[in-house]
Design a protein around this ligand. Structure first.
Ligand code: WTA
Length: 652
């Protein structure tokens, strides 16, 4: 028998569009289209106003966009500022030092309230510790830390001295860290003794050592207290802080001074070092954090459940909230430990008013059932957000009903590591939301859906999403690889039209419905991965001759990784080898990249020129009618693979 909730969900599925809830709209900061209109009249002038209004500058910029050398755009180039000053000092100087910046909650229930003054103190000391070791403007510092306040301290200390941080997501393997440190030529690494996950402790410093990471200094945060080998060039983070001077004046940096590199997956095995600079990035994240989330820093308690190692964490755990003087929750652990209600427990405990998460997390909660949120008082929540992948209407409605109690608008925010900040969504007090659609381009942003030739397609027609006007938070290049920057984003449609890599359609109201990636990038639980990177990890196993990886539609994680693997002659595809290969991928890249399915194949479908036809593999994996196979070198391969996949599915 269907429950009341199921009935209500079924009824709401008929509703195509939800206007801003009345009580919300009454107090929202933006309630009509005037901001969109003002920005549209003069986008560059409008962005300049936001830059000077939202940030404190040593020298205020008089220039907005410099597009004299596309696609190498600059923003606010004659201004100077410092990111850490804007995140911390100015709040403390204005008497807000006692405000809690982070309500940190540890996995075992520990609590720390970290104020703006606390952060400023630690950031100055760590900035001095960096300077003492010769690290300053233009140097790269790697950061490999769990969700603890020290990650924020380390990032902002880099920004204070003009060094770039290069944060690696804690779920990646030490091998991935090594690679990213090498690519970026990092001078130092900030890591941790051990990391906790669901009651267990993983030795992080020891695994980093085992990977042979070559940096001059490794700072080690004492977090779990496990036995940790310390060698030459290794320094305890707390001891470095204690030994450092308490005052450190922020560097006055050009708006275009690099702020950070963040490696992200592209269509080759080598991750891309996406480079963001200071003034433009900060302007966009400050604006979007304030107005997309309708943030009122004095009253709101904000929580973004992402990890700081992804762009969402950089922009909407660290920079956006701190620039705006917000109070946030930071949680170390997993969503189902000690129990599946821990998120809702935290929302109640800290009085969370704004909650931002990924569709995959919502689908997991849906599966666990409404009784977990039902144990807690969620009435303080007033706005919900999603990011990272398209959300299916059913999950959207569940979020709206069960978590938001029909009071809270949902902002579905579309953006990328490359865009720096949110690009497409709805302004929650001004625009209606449509379950499944991200929304319209934000003020100052321009997007268009086009065909392969770059011609705009009619409404409601699927095409390629492009961004047709530079925006302040845009990536400036790929670190030390301008050529790849140009060829990845600016070749297909020229240096003034940014190629996104997503398919989308735009409806009659101008709402964008993002469908998914068109390149060889996978999206598993909102985490970006490259098929080529996983293939190269699999092929590095001595028993493997060849591999092709595809993304398969998955009810829980959006997509999951499926690998078609051909073994070296003498080896047989056994269950033990499946386990071994999955473990091998976890060691090379990280657990999140492990294939969910491995399909043994004697051969892979290839064109006569030897190119693997992934489209056909996707058709097989998803049980679709096969497309054109006439260009294949050996069409019989297909029948064999289809048989294997059916066997596997029968076993599952
Ligand atoms: C996808 C994450 C649909 C998209 C901030 C994009 C989305 C890629 C949405 C970037 C959304 C992100 N609706 N798809 N609201 N948000 N995506 O770099 O395919 O980790 O290109 O940045 O995620 O992933 P990235």
């Amino acid at each position: 028998m269907a429950t009341d909730l199921e009935h209500e969900l079924a009824d709401l599925l008929e509703v195509a569009s939800f206007p801003p809830p009345q009580a919300f709209a009454k107090t929202a900061q933006i309630t009509d289209g005037s901001v969109h209109e003002a920005a549209e009249r003069d986008p560059e002038g409008w962005w300049l106003e936001q830059a000077t209004g939202l940030l404190d500058w040593y020298e205020e910029p008089t220039q907005s966009l410099d597009d004299s050398n596309p696609p190498f755009y600059k923003w606010f180039a004659d201004g100077t500022l410092n990111a850490s000053f804007n995140c911390l000092d100015r709040h403390v100087e204005a008497g807000r030092g006692d405000r809690v910046a982070l309500h940190w909650h540890g996995e075992e229930g520990e609590q720390r309230a970290v104020t703006y003054a606390d952060l400023l103190g630690d950031v100055q000391r760590f900035a001095n510790a960096l300077k003492d070791r010769g690290i300053g403007r233009g140097d790269v510092v790697g950061i490999f830390l769990p969700m603890i306040p020290e990650v924020v301290v380390a990032m902002l200390a880099c920004a204070r001295v003009g060094a770039m941080h290069n944060v690696v997501f804690g779920g990646f393997s030490a091998e991935s860290v090594r690679e990213r440190m090498e690519f970026s030529d990092a001078k130092a690494l900030v890591t941790v003794d051990g990391a906790r996950r669901k009651g267990k402790t993983a030795p992080i410093k020891a695994s980093v050592d085992a990977a042979g990471i070559d940096v001059e200094t490794t700072f080690v945060v004492r977090h779990t207290g496990i036995d940790t080998p310390m060698g030459d060039g290794d320094v305890w983070f707390d001891e470095a802080l204690a030994a450092a001077d308490a005052q450190c004046a922020p560097e006055r940096l050009d708006a275009e001074h690099p702020l950070f590199i963040l490696y992200s997956s592209g269509s080759t095995a080598k991750p891309k070092g996406i480079l963001h600079t200071t003034g433009g990035y900060l302007t966009q994240v400050a604006w979007t954090h304030r107005y997309v989330f309708d943030l009122r820093p004095e009253e709101d308690v904000y929580w973004c459940s992402a990890d700081v190692g992804w762009i969402t964490g950089h922009s909407y755990i660290v920079y956006g909230p701190l620039l705006n003087g917000a109070t946030s929750v930071m949680y170390e652990g997993a969503p189902d430990y000690p129990d599946k209600d821990v998120w809702w427990d935290l929302c109640e405990r800290y009085g969370v008013t704004i909650f931002y998460t990924a569709p995959t997390a919502i689908r997991a909660c849906m599966k666990w059932g409404p009784e977990y949120p039902g144990r807690h008082d969620l009435s303080k929540l007033r706005l919900l957000g999603t990011v990272g992948e398209p959300i299916n209407p059913k999950a959207w409605l569940w979020y709206y009903l069960v978590i938001g109690g029909k009071r809270c608008p949902i902002v579905d925010t579309w953006w990328q590591t490359e865009t720096g900040g949110i690009m497409v969504t709805t302004l929650p007090g001004a625009q209606a939301t449509k379950p499944g659609a991200a929304g319209t381009p934000l003020p100052g942003i321009a997007a268009q859906v086009v065909d392969e030739q770059g011609e705009p397609v009619p409404p409601d027609t699927q095409g390629l999403l492009t961004l047709t006007r530079p925006w302040p938070g845009m990536l400036r290049t790929l670190y030390r690889d301008d050529d790849r920057f140009v060829s990845t984003y600016w070749e297909k449609f020229g240096p003034r039209t940014y190629f996104v890599g997503d398919a989308a359609r735009q409806d009659e109201d101008g709402y964008l419905w993002v469908i998914g990636r068109v390149d060889d990038v996978l999206n598993v639980s909102g985490h970006r991965m490259s098929t080529a990177e996983i293939e190269s990890a699999i092929v590095s196993h001595p028993k493997v001759a060849e591999a092709a990886v595809i993304g398969q539609a998955d009810e829980d994680t959006g997509q999951s990784v499926a690998a078609f693997v051909t073994l070296e002659g003498a080896f047989e595809g056994t269950d033990e080898l499946v386990v071994e290969l999955r473990e091998h991928v976890a060691l090379r890249i990280g657990k999140l990249a492990r294939p969910k399915r491995i399909i043994w194949s004697d051969d892979l479908p290839k064109t006569r020129s030897g190119k693997i036809m992934r489209r056909l593999l996707r058709d097989i994996a998803e049980g679709r009618e096969l497309g054109d196979v006439t260009t294949l070198r050996d069409p019989d391969v297909m029948a064999q693979l289809q048989g294997r996949v059916q066997e596997l599915q029968a076993e599952e």
